[in-house]
Ligand binder design. Structure first.
Ligand code: SAM
Length: 246
């Protein structure tokens, strides 16, 4: 499987400072995370460390970021040495990964959409379960299964998404960043059923889908009308679940 992020870790890191990340996605994840004081956390597909660092800022005792891309892990480590929070990073493929610990909390922001087959999706959830203690929580962000591609309504936020393929339980999507940072990535938009079946097979319960909500700062800065298009056709959603005891 090719590393789409090998050449774009710098552009990706800049794109993670956009309005949608800051005022919509991050506060939505944060409100599902709630209180993490003292948690031992693993951040799957950590990329350049946006959420690994947030976990530490939200008082996680330990935060381990894992990502398949050595270039993304290098960028995350550079940020950690420039501005240390005590996050550790490892290069690892979530679909074929060792057990690194018995964590209270796993985050996975845009990991599962890189599984191209349902078997791989299943292996990713099994890896998360193997790394969580009983009753440990998974908080993920995934492409919204109901997102309508091939419309131009997210261009003003800096994105264009188009369907480039179709499977029985998924769409293949190309997302082009058309704001200050210009690059494109491809991923799988899985159905709700595919996620829920894979979660249940990996022994997760209490599956909750939480729509994004704009932060108070985002509303104060831009007003409600600015956010209407992305709230009307949200491209991502928070998916959380709890690992059932054996
Ligand atoms: C869109 S980025 C998200 C990065 C980070 N979670 C964030 O929100 O800023 C997706 C990341 O998933 C990583 N990734 C894709 N497939 C993976 C896999 N099988 N195992 C681990 N990481 C993977 C990529 O290398 C990339 O860094």
């Amino acid at each position: 499987m090719t590393d789409q992020y090998r050449e774009i870790s710098g552009q990706f890191s800049q794109a993670r400072k956009d309005d949608v990340t800051l005022f919509l996605e991050t506060p939505s994840v944060q409100s599902v995370l709630g209180d993490n004081a003292g948690a031992n956390a693993i951040d799957y597909a950590c990329g350049t460390g946006h959420y690994s660092r947030l976990l530490k800022l939200l008082d996680a005792r330990e935060a381990l970021g894992v990502d398949r891309s050595p270039a993304m892990i290098d960028a995350a480590r550079q940020e950690e040495s420039a501005n240390s929070l005590g996050v550790t990073y490892k290069v690892a493929d979530a679909a074929a990964m060792d057990v690194f610990g018995s964590f209270d909390l796993a985050t996975a922001v845009f990991l599962f959409n890189y599984a191209e087959e349902e078997q791989t999706l299943g292996r990713m959830f099994e890896s998360v379960a193997a790394n969580l203690k009983d009753d440990g929580r998974l908080v993920a962000v995934v492409p919204n299964p109901d997102f309508i591609n091939n419309r131009d309504d997210l261009r003003s936020y800096g994105y264009v998404l188009e369907t480039i393929g179709k499977g029985p339980s998924s769409l293949r999507v190309r997302m082009s960043f058309v704001g200050a940072e210009k690059f494109a990535i491809e991923f799988t938009q899985w159905s709700r059923r595919a996620y829920e079946d894979a979660l249940q097979r990996a022994r997760f319960a209490d599956i909750v889908w939480t729509p994004f909500a704009v932060s108070r700062e985002g509303l104060a800065r831009y007003g409600q009308a600015f956010w209407d298009a992305i709230l009307g056709n949200p491209k991502s959603v928070v998916l959380s679940a709890r690992k059932k005891p054996a």
